[in-house]
Design a protein around this ligand. Structure first.
Ligand code: SAM
Length: 256
């Protein structure tokens, strides 16, 4: 499934955030990064088990970022509605939703190699066949790998909140990205976001409401963590938010 370069080269793309932080990223073959990234440089620790699975299991599920649109049917070996997940973290929710919905295919995008190893380990252990993983910046994946109208839905659960005002520009959910994502949804396709940061929740509501291709399925925030195809189980970051005493906001919009 993957023709990507060696993991060390891929790791270098993300400033050592991915596996093998020893990779310097100074090589001439490191692709140019876009200027604003929605992910930080912090969480780079990869456990041995994650590393093993990244090397052993991930290649079976990996779809390489080539900068060209993917043929989803060929990636999954069948025709099924395609749901994108952006920033799956450790992937426990991804695997669970995919098991609950064998009728759907899931394209899961993440830049954190430890999380990728974790998800690949789960998929292999639990023999989940309807998930493929792209290790790359989701902004570029949406822009370059997905054709207009190709998605049945998109899950964006607890994207990095960037709580400081000077960092708000790094938030994933902004008008430009949402317009591109909306274009990739088929008519009636949905985008489901969740966050435990009130300011970001309000920003999401404004941005999603301001996108003419989208329509809110609820009068404001969604009353439950449910979209037209799936229910969102509590994710790791959902639990973390609750431990911090945060409320959780879900938003579900559909493509008109
Ligand atoms: C706060 S965590 C939430 C993880 C998971 N969704 C959950 O709820 O437990 C956000 C995740 O999004 C990933 N992420 C942020 N921006 C991304 C991007 N542009 N492309 C791919 N992954 C991204 C981060 O690496 C991180 O793992």
């Amino acid at each position: 499934m993957s023709s990507d370069p060696h993991p060390l080269l891929r790791a270098a793309r993300y400033g050592g955030r991915a596996l093998a932080s020893a990779a310097s990223g100074k090589g001439g073959d490191t692709p140019r990064l876009r200027i604003i990234r929605s992910f930080g440089a912090g969480r780079s620790r990869v456990t041995r088990a994650q590393q093993r699975s990244y090397e052993k299991d991930f290649p079976r599920y990996s779809v390489a970022f080539t900068g060209k649109p993917i043929e989803a049917d060929a990636c999954f070996g069948r025709q099924a509605p395609l749901v994108l997940e952006i920033g799956f973290g450790m992937g426990e929710t991804t695997a669970r939703i995919a098991q609950t919905h064998p009728e759907l295919d899931f394209l899961a995008v993440e830049v954190f190699a430890g999380g990728i190893g974790s998800l690949a380990m789960r998929l292999a252990r639990e023999r989940v066949a309807n998930v493929r993983i792209v290790e790359h910046d989701a902004v570029e994946v949406v822009r370059d790998m997905l054709r207009p109208g190709s998605l049945a839905g998109a899950h964006i659960f607890f994207p990095d909140p960037w709580p400081k005002a000077r960092h708000h520009k790094r938030r994933l959910i902004g008008p430009g990205f949402v317009a591109t994502l909306a274009d990739r949804l088929r008519q009636g396709g949905f985008v489901h976001c969740a966050t435990d940061w009130e300011h970001y929740a309000q920003q999401m509501l404004e941005v999603l409401q301001g996108e003419p291709m989208l329509r809110n399925l609820h009068p404001g925030f969604a009353p439950a963590a449910v979209n037209p195809l799936c229910e969102r189980p509590a994710t790791k970051f959902h639990a973390r938010g609750e431990r911090l005493g945060h409320a959780v906001w879900d938003l579900v919009f559909e493509r008109v």
